[in-house]
Structure formats: C-alpha cells, structure tokens
Design a protein around this ligand. Structure first.
Ligand code: NAP
Length: 234
C-alpha cells in the first residue's frame, strides 16, 4: 500500500501529457484527485473532481480547489503542471506567445498554489512544481520559456522557507525533453524529429511520485534529469 493512499491532490494541466500520467499514477495509489485543464477531461477516472479550468483564472482555480476540498475533506498535494511553450529567436516571438507563456506557466503556478494552500494548512502536504531544465539553465531560443520556468523555480524555492514550518514540502521537478505534444507546433520541431529518444510522461510521473513518497522527515527540493540522448550543455 502506498503512503499516499487516501491523500488528495490537485493537478493542473491534467488532460494529457505529463499531468495525465501524474494523475493516473496517483489515482492508482488511491489518491483523491482534483483535475484542472481547459478541456476539463476526467481521463475516465472514477470519483474525481474534473473541471474545465484555465489556470490564468484564479477564481476558477479557487472554485476547483474548494470543490475538491469539500468532496474529499481537504487538499494534501498540489502539482502545478499546466504549461505552454514557444521556441525561437526572442524578437520573433509574438506578443500572444510572450503573454501566454508567462501567464500560463508562471502566473498559473502562482495561482494554483494560491488556490490550494488554504486547504492544505494544518495538514502535512506537498507542492510539486513541474518546472524544467529550462528553469535551471538559459537555453538557446527559449528565453521567455526559460523566464517563466526560472520564475516557477524561484517561487517554489522561496515557498519552501515559508511552508516548511507548516509541514508542507516544496519541490521543483525539472525534466529535459519529454515525448508529449508540448510545443511541437511552436518551434520544438516536428514529431518525427524530436520525440525519439526522449523520456516518457510516465518517466516524469514516476519522479513526481518518488518525491511524494519520501518519508516525512526529509524533503527533496529539486530533481533534474534528462534523456540519455540529450547533452548537459547550457
Ligand atoms: P502537454 O502534453 O502539451 O500538456 C499540457 C497540459 O496543460 C494539457 O493538459 C493542457 O490541457 C494544459 N493546459 C495548457 N494551457 C492551459 C491553461 N491555460 N489552463 C489549464 N490547463 C492548460 O505538455 P507536457 O509536456 O505534459 O508539459 C507539462 C509541463 O511539463 C509543462 O509545464 C511543461 O513546461 C513541463 N515540461 C515539459 C517538457 C517536455 O519536454 N514535454 C520538459 C520539461 C518540462 P488543455 O489543453 O485541455 O487545457
């Protein structure tokens, strides 16, 4: 039996890719779930709260967290994961891309924690932020994506100071390339070019679960990992 059984987690960006893999893996371990994505997909999982919820909308996230907490008696874990990316020369990124990356990746993470935290205080809990290698290193042609990911990492690191005394652990999970649909139409390359050799969404979900399943007397602050096909430049 997993030590996570009976806990409640809110996962954003849960409709596909890494968020869906995390949600499925937690569900397998008996974790109650609140799932946020624009599509509101429940992944066919039983007894979950799934809502169409744009992470740029704090009120929508507050409502999702209130509903999840009311249904399951509180929230123990929040996984801010929803993210978008557009790669390319800085001056060639559209205004829409600049705003979307900062709003979804960075503000969406701030909002997810802001919405979940009131329901986590008084319980032992975890904030596990899906950041990126792009949150640890400046990468070429990923300037604004990097800015949004460094922001997530900074937020989560700083929250660690504030929340540790409440028994809430804060971790950044920082993968390299993962074979999902992420940013494929926005400069990450065509599927056949970039996906072979990358990690799977399940590889990343296993790291999230590993972080969550550490005994409560310790905490992991950051995990960085890359596919064997990817160098450690940058
Ligand atoms: P993905 O397959 O494109 O999935 C993105 C998820 O985010 C979807 O569920 C999408 O659902 C949701 N989403 C997008 N915009 C949203 C919004 N405004 N409000 C709510 N949900 C939204 O991407 P992924 O590869 O799983 O990436 C997940 C996270 O991992 C991101 O933060 C990404 O930066 C990070 N990451 C990815 C990689 C990689 O190589 N793939 C590497 C390192 C880190 P809807 O469309 O239904 O809203």
């Amino acid at each position: 039996m997993s030590m996570l059984e009976g806990k409640t987690a809110v996962v954003t960006g849960a409709s596909r890719g890494i968020g869906a893999a995390v949600a499925r893996m937690l569900h397998d371990r008996g974790v109650n779930l609140g799932l946020a994505s624009r599509s509101g997909d429940d992944l066919g999982l039983t007894d979950v709260v799934a809502k169409a919820c744009d992470v740029r909308d704090l009120d929508a996230l507050i409502q999702l967290c209130e509903e999840t907490a009311a249904r399951f008696g509180g929230i123990d874990i929040v996984v801010p994961n929803a993210g978008v990316g557009a790669y390319g020369p800085f001056l060639e990124l559209s205004r829409e891309h600049l705003d979307e990356m900062l709003d979804v990746n960075l503000k969406g993470t701030v909002y997810a924690v802001r919405a979940a935290l009131p329901h986590m205080l008084g319980r032992e809990g975890d904030v596990v932020t899906l950041a990126s290698e792009a949150g640890r290193r400046g990468l070429p042609y990923e300037a604004v994506y990097c800015a949004s990911k460094f922001g997530q990492v900074g937020l989560t690191r700083a929250l660690d100071h504030e929340l540790r005394e409440h028994g809430i652990r804060c971790a950044n999970v920082c993968p390299g390339g993962v074979a999902t649909d992420f940013a494929l139409e926005e400069g990450r390359g065509r599927t056949e070019d970039v996906l072979p050799g990358m990690m799977t969404a399940e590889d990343v979900a296993e790291v999230v679960v590993f972080v969550l399943e550490r005994p409560r007397h310790m905490r992991i602050l950051e995990t960085a990992f890359r596919p064997i096909t990817e160098g450690s430049w940058g």
